[in-house]
Design a protein around this ligand. Structure first.
Ligand code: S3P
Length: 429
């Protein structure tokens, strides 16, 4: 589907954003592992969380949908069923990587499949530790889905230092560890999103600036009854859209504010954005609040590479902010972006090129020479079937002089099914 986006003169309104994708997917998987019923309020209707939900149903969870909430009856760790069909993870790396940990731990044999984008993303990072824990995994070219997972040998708990700061990898190893008689320890050097350790209430300690998280059969898997907050990664598009737009004021209601996720707030504030947080509270184990953002004058920023894991999904839209900031900004140490739903460094470079921006593409990031008065006539953007690229292109389109077109715009539904309606609500020409 091609979407046409008109230039905007103002962005005003209040938005209720989709429920957090990462937390929704964990709520489904952890409810499966909980021995009892969880009532999850505000589960995400987006494609990725729905893929995860249908996988956990195949593994034995009983799901009832009523009044905007899900009642999930889990099987407990020992009651998981062998699925009769392939587990289809759709576009979701989180589903494929976290479920690989569950299958390895439980010793259930199954085949995990994904769409063409997911089948082109390396799974080597989880195959290695899962095989070290006793799994046998057959993968296309030894690293791509479909994955056939099986474990005949005994589960081998282990001490695992994360070679990359990835929450999916961390969660995969911890989930397998939950089935072990001895603890599995994951050692994290740079913090990545910590929803798994929070929602499972796992033991965590800091030793010489490294976080050590432990999981074993001793851990009771808590009931997952809570309300899922709005997705900070969805809020990111509006934070940047309003900061670079004249006559802008947006109120984003009940957004997840987990500190391992929201480095974008610090980045935008350091760039000079007018952002305020109101009504801070907790939604279960996760902090949340309303965010108010207004038109701002942005200046350039070099992002500290240590912050990259805490804004990894927001980097495409950060690149758009940088284009409208005074001076040269740097994103470095972000090679991981080349392994997302698409190669996001390539995709952003193509987007910036389409509008005639002054920038340099690096192997691990971008240097963007910005200008608050930057504008362009019109453009047709490729989204490479990547939800975050499609939505970044939409925000950029609001700053054009004539209408722009975005290809494969339906991909926004992977995380944000109502994105195009919300755009129509707040953007005025
Ligand atoms: C996610 C972790 C991140 C992120 C992805 C969701 C998660 O991936 O990019 O969108 O839910 O754990 P990595 O763990 O591969 O960095």
């Amino acid at each position: 589907m091609i979407k046409t986006v008109q230039p905007a003169n103002s962005l005003i309104g209040e938005l209720h954003l989709p429920p957090d994708k990462s937390i929704s997917q964990r709520a489904a998987i952890f409810s499966l592992l909980h021995d009892g019923v969880s009532v999850v309020k505000n589960y995400s209707p987006a494609q990725d969380p729905q893929s995860t939900l249908s996988c956990v149903q195949q593994l034995g969870a009983e799901v009832e949908k009523a009044d905007g909430q899900l009642k999930i009856k889990g099987t407990g760790r020992d009651g998981l069923k062998k699925p009769v069909k392939d587990l289809d993870c759709g576009n979701s790396g989180t589903a494929m990587r976290l479920l690989s940990g569950v299958l390895t731990g439980a010793g259930i044999s199954a085949k995990l499949i994904g769409d063409p984008s997911l089948s082109a993303r390396t799974m080597k990072r989880i195959i290695d530790p899962m095989e070290a824990m006793g799994a046998h995994i057959l993968a296309r070219n030894s690293q791509y889905a479909p994955l056939f997972i099986n474990r005949i040998d005994a589960l081998k708990p282990m001490k695992y230092e994360l070679p990359i700061p990835s929450a999916q990898l961390k969660s995969c190893v911890l989930l397998a560890g939950l089935f072990g008689d001895e603890p599995t320890q994951v050692i994290e050097i740079l913090p990545s999103r910590d929803h798994t350790e929070r929602l499972l209430n796992l033991d965590q300690k800091m030793v010489q600036h490294r976080k050590i998280i432990s999981a074993s059969r001793e851990d009771v898997i808590p009931e997952q009854s809570y309300t899922i907050p709005g997705d900070f990664s969805a809020a990111a598009f509006w934070l940047v859209a309003a900061a670079i737009q004249e006559k802008a004021e947006l109120v984003l209601k009940n957004i997840g504010l987990n500190p391992t996720r929201n480095a974008l707030l610090d980045i935008l504030k350091d760039m000079g954005a007018d952002i305020a947080i109101e009504n801070e509270h907790n939604e279960g184990a996760e902090p949340a609040g309303d965010i108010v953002v207004r038109q701002s004058s942005l200046k350039a920023l070099d992002i500290d590479p240590k912050m990259i894991p805490n804004c990894i999904d927001e980097l495409p839209i950060i690149a758009v902010a940088m284009l409208f900031a005074e001076g040269s900004s740097v994103i470095a140490g972000a090679e991981e972006l080349r392994h997302k739903e698409t190669d996001r460094i390539m995709a952003m470079a193509k987007m910036l090129k389409a509008v005639g921006a002054d920038f340099e593409e690096k192997e691990d990031g971008l240097i963007i020479h910005g200008n608050p008065d930057f504008t362009f006539e019109q453009a047709t953007f490729e989204s490479f079937h990547d939800h975050r690229i499609a939505m970044s292109a939409a925000v950029l389109s609001l700053k054009s002089r004539k209408e722009c077109k975005i290809r494969d715009a339906e991909s926004a539904a992977v995380s944000y099914p109502g994105f195009w309606e919300d755009l129509g609500l707040v953007a005025k020409g």
